[in-house]
Ligand binder design. Structure first.
Ligand code: PLP
Length: 400
């Protein structure tokens, strides 16, 4: 049985070209990039090249890219860094209810430190209204943090419009672009952001390395204190091979972005149309067009997403429910709840996230296997005797 991986929003495999680019830095070029001898200079060259590659994808200056240990660290650095550095200006932060926990838990932590946080709602497609941002800003607001695209449902936020609203009020604007960097254009001036988080392992780079874009002149406290690395923004000897891998992955993704997006969107639609045609009681979550090319989130009535995932796993197919980081917790996704999906339906959500190696044949295999799986699970489900939930279920429901 061929293993089929459709969980690319959780992580992606390392591309061969990326491994090749990293290889010397795991071997001969082992120097500390801060050392002034030849070994150190060679390592520093690798980091400099990666900084150029990431800056090219962001349309920013080299010195505005700060390499971090992961996307989570970039989010923490952006939010805590701005909050602490601007304390005398205000203590109010605005974010949304659908953020990744790297943002939500950071904001909750800051609330315990005396900051005030507004969690904006989203509409039924998972999209934030720029007018809600406008209304939420006060004279005490120091930061607005809104993700570029949601990791669970794929909904892309109108960042440029929100950016204009935020700028009018002279507030700093951060976006978690972990799911879009390398998949959609992320030029910082077009998005209107002052800070942007990204992570290498979502774009076929290595795990454990990310970056934070910090617009020149932004007041930011450091999270880590120590050496003078990353222009005093992030102390700690650099993960040279990881950073080189991130740079290479960014370069490749930028060059192939349009073709990849077109191909993945076609596969995503084929998957949804196949599911909708062969399975009853399904609902598509997220925005139908303003969405990540490879992401499809579907609720199957009367069944828990977990049992579908395990059944698909037995057929060799890897997908997830909610975000991978919370998949050991059987609670309905906070993202779907924020979108107004009833909890009982939200329990039955499955996220298919397609990537470079997925094929039409793989999509057709999943479409062929799903009806049998759903029928078997529904027959065992204690909920299946109840009234269908479709009355409340919103726009994408295919009724029984
Ligand atoms: N933000 C989003 C939207 C994500 O999807 C993820 C990872 O799932 C992260 C942040 C965290 O990134 P990392 O795994 O590099 O810490």
């Amino acid at each position: 049985m061929e293993a089929i991986y459709m969980d690319h929003n959780a992580t992606t495999p390392l591309r061969a070209e990326v491994r090749e680019a990293m290889s010397p830095y795991l071997d001969d070029v082992f120097g500390n990039a801060s050392s002034i001898h030849a070994f150190g200079r060679e390592a520093a060259k690798g980091i400099n090249r990666a900084r150029e590659q990431v800056a090219e994808a962001l349309g920013c200056r080299l010195e505005e890219v700060v390499f971090t240990g992961c996307g989570t660290e970039a989010d923490n650095q952006a939010i805590k860094g701005v909050a602490y550095a601007n304390r005398e200006r205000g203590n109010h932060i605005i974010t949304t209810r659908i953020e990744h926990h790297a943002v939500l838990h950071t904001c909750e932590y800051l609330e315990r430190q005396g900051f005030r946080v507004t969690y904006l709602p989203v509409d039924e497609y998972g999209v934030v209204d720029p007018d809600d941002v406008r209304r939420a800003i006060t004279d005490r607001t120091v930061l607005v943090s809104i993700m570029h695209a949601n990791n669970e449902v794929g909904a892309v936020q109108p960042l440029a419009e929100i950016g204009r609203v935020v700028k009018e009020r002279g507030v700093l604007f951060h976006t978690d672009a972990v799911q879009t960097f390398g998949k959609l254009p992320t030029r910082v001036d077009e998005l209107g952001v002052d800070l942007l988080s990204l992570s290498a392992h979502k774009l076929y780079g290595p795990k454990g390395v990310g970056a934070l874009y910090v617009r020149q002149g932004t007041r930011l406290d450091a999270l880590l204190h120590g050496g003078h690395h990353e222009r005093n923004r992030r102390a700690g000897t650099e993960n040279v091979a990881g950073i080189v891998g991130l740079g290479k992955a960014a370069e490749l993704a930028l060059a192939e972005m349009e073709d990849d997006a077109r191909r993945l969107a076609a596969l995503r639609e084929r998957l949804w149309e196949g599911i909708a045609a062969h399975v009853e009681g399904v609902r598509r979550n997220g925005h139908p067009t303003q969405t990540l090319p490879g992401t499809l989130n579907v609720c199957f009535e009367y069944i828990e997403g977990e049992s579908i995932i395990l059944s698909l796993d037995m057929k060799g197919v890897a997908v997830s429910s909610g975000s991978a980081c919370t998949s050991d917790v059987l609670e309905p996704s906070h993202v779907l709840l924020a979108m107004g999906v009833p909890p009982a339906i939200a329990q039955g959500s499955v996220r298919f996230s397609l990537g470079r190696d997925n094929t039409v044949e793989q999509v057709d295999y999943v479409v062929a296997e799903l009806p049998g799986i759903i029928e078997r699970l529904r027959a065992m489900s204690p909920f299946s005797e109840q009234e269908p939930f479709t009355a409340e279920a919103g726009p994408h429901v295919r009724k029984k």
